[in-house]
Design a protein around this ligand. Structure first.
Ligand code: PLP
Length: 382
């Protein structure tokens, strides 16, 4: 049996999502058809939009369904750039999807792409952001995520908006790891663009949403039909969307019980540190999601740890990204100013709605054994 401690990558389907997507699959129908089958599908889409809007506390018309958060990020950044934004300020710890889209916008449209640093605890440096904003009056879009996927560190998104707004800039909040894990209100978070993903909160892979506020422009990046109020063409993935909305409702309803995972995460960390005092936990002193731990053991490479855990049936992920077969240190951890030794040896353990305390025991037994085998205690670094 495998033990899934990689919920931040994707979390299993919630029962409510499974029921909703099976119902949608059985009913079928194309939302754009004018006959009864189409009207029923349209009603299901409208209901899903209302359910998601309620879960994230945003107006229904502000929601554009997409194939996931990556597409929503592309839609937000490219829309802003095509509507006059000439400067992007992206926090160092944003997801690769944000950095890659900013880089693509720089290459295609010649916009400026600047990075705002994070503190050693993994929090976006708001003073540095304010200083950066003050340097130019160019139309600017800032990206600050709500919670980091690798460290779980919760970001000061409201304070970010209080610095971004007076400077006349727009704000994109990637709320993918926040929804259902902490209270988050898309309607009052102060952002122009908010991004959400279905499979991170118990819905199916293949659905997500861009939520826009005020006069934030949306320029369709996928053209064809006039679906999603002309903001995103293509027949709606109604099965995925129905599952997504049901999962969002369930995740937000259960947000309090999600907070209880912190007890198990804290036990995992204290026992790992007791066994290996040479280990390091990134962002431990910052406000964090209840479910995430970023555990490094300098000298024991992250990908080797992941493989060792996998052999015992425990699924975790490497904090470092693998690109074209070349493993590089996590940009999030190096962006926090942590050493390469930490960044290259950090794994992410992320708990979820179906985690049991025995999963923590299984991880600890496997990890401590693997750590002692790889780095015998008498060779431990001081
Ligand atoms: N943003 C964050 C913070 C994420 O964790 C992820 C997924 O890893 C994404 C964006 C991309 O989400 P999706 O898989 O829906 O494209």
């Amino acid at each position: 049996m495998t033990i899934n401690l990689d919920h931040n990558a994707t979390t299993p389907l919630r029962p409510e999502a499974l029921d909703a997507l099976v119902d949608a699959a059985k009913a079928g129908g194309n939302v754009s058809s004018v006959h009864a089958g189409g009207r029923a599908a349209h009603a299901r889409l409208d209901q899903a939009r209302r359910d998601l809007a309620e879960a994230v506390n945003a107006p229904t018309q502000s929601i554009t369904f997409t194939s996931g958060a990556t597409e929503a990020i592309n839609l937000a950044i490219m829309s802003a750039v095509q509507s006059g934004v000439t400067r992007l300020i992206i926090s160092a710890i944003e997801h690769d999807a944000v950095h890659a889209t900013a880089k693509a916008a720089q290459e295609r449209f010649g916009v400026t792409y600047e990075i705002v640093p994070a503190t050693a605890e993994g929090v976006v440096d708001l003073d540095a952001l304010e200083t950066q904003l003050a340097k130019s009056t160019e139309p600017t879009l800032v990206a600050v995520m709500a919670a980091n996927n690798e460290t779980g560190v919760i970001q000061p998104w409201l304070e970010a908006s209080q610095r971004v707004r007076p400077a006349g800039a727009r704000l994109l909040i990637d709320a993918v790891q926040a929804i259902g894990k902490i209270p988050f209100s898309a309607g009052t978070c102060g952002a122009d663009y908010v991004v959400v993903s279905s499979h991170k909160l118990g819905g199916p892979v293949g659905a997500g949403a861009l939520i826009t506020q005020g006069d934030a422009p949306v320029r369709a990046q996928i053209v064809g039909g006039g679906q999603e109020l002309g903001r995103r063409a293509g027949t709606e993935n109604l099965i995925g969307i129905a599952g997504f909305a049901a999962a969002a409702q369930a995740a937000v309803r259960d947000v309090k019980s999600f907070g209880k995972l912190a007890q198990w995460r804290d036990r995992l960390e204290s026992e790992a540190l007791r066994a290996r005092p040479d280990a390091y936990i990134a962002g431990r002193d910052a406000p964090r999601l209840a479910n995430t731990s970023c555990l490094a053991l300098p000298g024991f490479r992250a990908e080797t740890q992941v493989m060792a855990m996998d052999l015992t049936g425990v699924c975790v992920s490497a904090g470092s990204a693998c690109s074209s077969g070349k493993v590089r240190a996590s940009h999030v951890l190096t962006g926090m100013g942590l050493s390469d030794a930490i960044a290259e040896s950090a794994i992410r353990i992320s708990l979820g709605w179906d985690t049991e305390p025995e999963d923590i025991d299984a991880f600890l037994a496997a990890w401590i054994k693997a750590a002692h085998r790889a780095l015998p205690r008498n060779e431990m670094a001081n």
